[in-house]
Every structure is written in C-alpha cells, then in structure tokens.
Design a protein around this ligand. Sequence first.
Ligand code: HSE
Length: 441
Amino acid sequence: MKKDAIQIGIIGFGTVGAGTAAILLNRQKTLEKKLGFPIRIKHIADLDVKRSRGLKLPKGMLIKDSKKILYDPEIDIVVELIGGIHPAKELIISALKQGKHIVTANKALLAESGKAIFDTAAKCGRDIGYEASVAGSIPIIKVVRESLIGNKITSIFGIINGTANYILTKMTEEGVEFATVLKEAQSLGYAEADPTFDIEGVDSAHKLTLMASLSFGLPLSFKKIYTEGITRITPLDIEFASEFGYRIKLLAIAKQVDNEVELRVHPTMIPQDDLISSVNGVFNAIYIEGDAAGAGLYYGRGAGDMPTGSAVVSDIVDIARNIKTGAVERLQGIGTSVNPALRIKKMEDIRTCYYLRMSAMDKPGVLSKISGILGSNNISIKSMIQKGRNKEEAVTLVMMTHEAREKDMVRALKQINRLSIVSDKTMYLRVEGGEDSNGRH
Ligand code: HSE
C-alpha cells in the first residue's frame, strides 16, 4: 500500500467541525500507525475565521472559501459539517462531481434531499459516509450496514434526540413543566435557540428516515413519517405514567410486518423496567431487532463535538481505507437496494395500547358513557384510576387500554371530547412494550 497521505477538506468549523479537527490533529500519529498511511486535513473552510475554537491549527489551514476545497485536485474527501439544506446540498453535489468522496453529519439534508445526493454519488462512483448523522457516537449505521448485514431487520426503536430526552428526564426527575425545562436547557446551551426540530420530533424523524431506508430498503420517506413532539407532555402525565409503571420517552419507531412498515415518532409510554427507560439526559439508545441476531440495544452519546467528531472520523477512515485498497463504493448508499414491494402503513391502521387522561364530572353514569363510547369503537379498558372527588368540578380520570387501532381511538376521542361532562380535551399517549403490546422484541 502506498504511504502517501489521504487529504481531506472540512467545510464548516462549528461544534462538530472543531471536534473532528481536534481528533484528527491530536491523533495524527496513532492513526497513521494503525492505518499504515497518514490522513491530513489540508483545509478547513468557514466564513468565520476569527472565533477561537480552542484549537491551534497550522498556518493557512483555516480558509474562508469552500471552493478552494471543492476544486483542489489533491483533496480526496470532503467533510460537510455546515448543516441545513442550502448550500450544503450544492456543495456536496459539486464535490461529488469533482470526484471527491463525502462525509457528512447532515441528517436533515440526507432525509429531505438524499435521493439526488446518493444518485449523484452512484453516478460518480463515490462514497458517502453519514455515520455522524444518526445518534452521534453510536455506530448505528455501521451496525446496520455491516454487523447485521445477514439479518432481515424487523424493528428499530430508539431515543435518538438528546435534547428531547434531556427535557423529559428533567421533567420526570423534578416534576417541572416542559416550558421551564426548555428555557433552562437553552440557557445551558443543551437546546438550540430554535429548538423546533428537537422538541417537535422532526430531528428524530430525519434520523429515522435514514435508518429505515438502510434497514428495510425503503426509499427515503421523511414526509411519510408520522411525527409528534413532546410539547404537550405535562408533569401530571409523567406522574400517572409512573403510577402505572411506565416512563414517557420520545421514541422513533420503525417495524416491518410482511410488506408493511410502520414509521412513527411520538412520545411513548414504555415499561419502567425496560432498559430503554433508564436512558436519561442527553444520551441516545436504539434497539434493533434482526431475524438472526435478535434484539440488541446500542447506547451512547448522541450529540456534542467529540462524540459526533468520533463518528465523522470513523467514516473518514473507512473511506480512506477504501481508497487505499481500491475498494471505493463499498459503503452501501441509501436507495441502492430498494424493495419495491414494501409500503408504509397508514398511521390510522397502526395498533397499540393507549393511555388516556380525561377531565370529567364525577356524577353517576359518567364512566358508563365514556366506556360505552370506547366499547362501541372496539376499545377495551385495561385499568383505570380516578383522582379526587368533587361534585362541582371535573376530576381526572386516567385509563390504560388494551391494544386498539389508531383510527378507532381518534374517532372515540372525538366523541368523548364532545360530551358535556368532559371538560378539557383528552390527552392520549401510545404505549409500547409490556404484556399487551404488539411486540418489540
Ligand atoms: N439536536 C440533536 C439532539 C443532536 O438533540 O439529539 C444532533 O443530532
């Protein structure tokens, strides 16, 4: 193997860019020893060349103009770490056309516009590494692409957004309202100034899009994912969940049964004794079940400069080794093995257990009215608690149901919410795991 260096150019010197550069610069010698050839950062491009990132770069490495990277014939791999759709998409496509391989952490771009990018990469015979786009340091893309290659993947269940998990954990531990924790998380720098993607489930849906495509052979299906965030969760729901033996987590779920795949992101009640219930704070965890391997749980840091930088470096090294051994196009892209028979199950057809919290008058016949509506919509109650006793005002009724169809639940809730004895809109959450569930592992 030739000993000359693989040269890389990094576009974007923010949090992840700095983490990646720190690893490559500080571990230069050890990496070279392990690989048998050096990996060198030729340039890092960023519009801000003044701000200190706490890293001493060799003179001339940091530049403003990303074109210098795109059109430098010596650069083998372009690492895109600016995030967002534009101009990241255009930069990646031009880099591919210039014969560069790509490493990116940009899940939004790949989930929403990945087809054009993977098609261009295939046309140009170049690889795209995107390990860092899902779950930070957890090597989940490698697990699906390589370790579980001999399996038919049947399900994916994961906490893949650290910000939402941090907020739910704090609400659970301290009994505080969503808005209070969000403000605190923003002031500590855990949540973005605009946290919409994290708290509304969009970031999880981006990541699920990539994992589901790779795992099941689906086309990229971001727009078809049912996505619901955590903004309506209250400390009261967390407390009731705990009384029933559950925790509330924002889960990304993909399950394949026959030729149908369920794809959904929503707050979910899971049994307290399930391992994933103890995944707290900014940590991520993903169950993947394969028909040969069974279920495995992968846990680690899902964000941050060094954890995400660690994933970026693993892709750079993978591609560098492929270049050196003449094995480019070894990294399986997304959309390369689409199964045309698969379809995405409509949300209204999914079956799950439910938690319901209602405010109803405490009068004779109230319960029979509510349970009558549930019964006539094929929904069977598993357990129930009532809090308080007040003839004048509404009391809180909480129910857990057996497995029911989403469509039936939505219809039943419309009827229940119309009752004059029910004061507020009924809160409902889906429940996974436990004796009654339609099975995770
Ligand atoms: N915003 C993401 C999270 C990290 O909170 O998990 C980057 O994917």
